[in-house]
Design a protein around this ligand. Sequence first.
Ligand code: FAD
Length: 506
Amino acid sequence: MSNVQKKSDVILIGAGVMSATLGSMLKELAPEWDIKVFEKLDNAGEESSNEWNNAGTGHAALCELNYTTEKADGSIDTTKAVRVNEQFQVSRQFWSYLVKSNLIENPQDFIMPIPHMSLVQGEENVAFLQKRFEALSNIPLFQDMEFSDDPEKLKEWIPLIMEDRTQDQPIAATKIDSGTDVNFGALTRKLFDHLEETGVEVNYKHSVEDIKRTSDGSWEVKVHDLANDKLEFHTAKFIFIGGGGGSLPLLQKTGIPESKNIGGFPVSGLFMVCNNPDVVEKHHGKVYGKAKVGAPPMSVPHLDTRFIDNKKSLLFGPYAGFSPKFLKTGSNFDLLGSVKPSNVLTMLSAGAKELALTKYLIQQVLSSKEQRMEELREFIPNAKSEDWDIVVAGQRVQVIKDTEAGGKGTLQFGTEVVCAQDGSIAALLGASPGASTAVQVMLELLQRCFPQHIKEWEPKIKEMVPSYGVSLAENPEMFREIHTETEEALGLTVNGPINGAESKSS
Ligand SMILES: Cc1cc2nc3c(=O)[nH]c(=O)nc-3n(C[C@H](O)[C@H](O)[C@H](O)COP(=O)(O)OP(=O)(O)OC[C@H]3O[C@@H](n4cnc5c(N)ncnc54)[C@H](O)[C@@H]3O)c2cc1C
């Protein structure tokens, strides 16, 4: 092994959708900055961002029931749904900017329109869905949502789900046509192609093994060039740790105070994929149900039409499970290795608190294919085992930290940026709502890590994301305008008018 020393302005660790997004933004805001990327695998978007490793839902709270909760007085709290929707509008605007500026092409390779639906059964759940529908349809962001508890209407919307269904309890659904299926793998690869074209040095098969502060306040990364079995040392003024599940161990190596008392809880996932084209053709939509009692929010079952490699597919899941790995390609020692003197109490507290979740996940891992088919049959009553195969999805590493509300060792289900106080290094942890919110998350990271540049960058940020700094929920006119513009730029025009604006059929 030999040593090489190199300097740059920015180092991005990991070639997933988060580094891709941050790199693409920085290239627009500070084109003269020298950016380097290190990715341990041999291509971009191979871990969680890969199309087969996530559900590809453009999370806009159009169908995910866990983004709206029922308050003690029986009314519906829409705060989170509005936030998630606004975050997705931000992503749509940035992607549209990239397409309109010819920085990436053929948006249909990574985003397709697909109705988003929520489906529930039982009197109580139907009443909840109706109330949710009423609360959301008053908000412009959700205006075209439809509700039905009429089985005949549902047969039109979801024929595969209604076929051979015994109607022993009330059933209802909501539907909104402006939902999307996003191929985050294709998007990530497109963004990395674009970055390479603009001179960003993307080093595949390069694993970052250590991160240290240098005497002048920069950061040095120790990189293992896996192809040549060589060690390299690179320094940069700013480092983004976008290693997905691999971010936590790297953050711990920085030794920054913000990295203490944080742990990670890995959750694995499986999907069922349909191999019968006749069945695939009978369904058109992303249909989200309700999570089972005791199940974590990331295991809400859904039956999804997906567009992968220009082909329509049908996936069901995800089935959550437990694996000690932090990445799909990780090691069985990842979880153990992440327990440090600085987080051992946090981790032990979480272990004690989350026994029920751990038990649930282990039970899920031990389920047979037939047991999984039974869960699928709650959606497709006549589903046949031979039409479905199991595919392993990506790993999520949920953040464990000490919070005021939850106490020591509280499991978090969101996405979290951990940043050094001086803004010189930041890491992205957690996985939900995930890739859909990449643009908003990276805008917030820019504000925290580059406060000295934000004022001068603002006009360009507003060109990339016209709603920057504005609440679209409170500005319905602006929302309609932006929605129509992004719909056209991304080729998302669906039949019929959206939110009162005339839209062309594609
Ligand atoms: C089952 C499942 C379903 C999901 N569904 C959705 C969904 O429907 N919609 C949605 O918006 N989000 C979804 N997500 C979340 C989404 O996939 C993630 O939030 C997103 O892909 C994370 O991107 P990332 O760039 O942070 O990580 P990744 O895509 O995992 O990329 C991290 C990269 O860093 C590399 N790396 C790690 N360690 C090192 C190292 N030491 N040196 C060099 N390289 C390293 C890895 O090889 C990898 O390529 C889902 C996730 C899962 C697991």
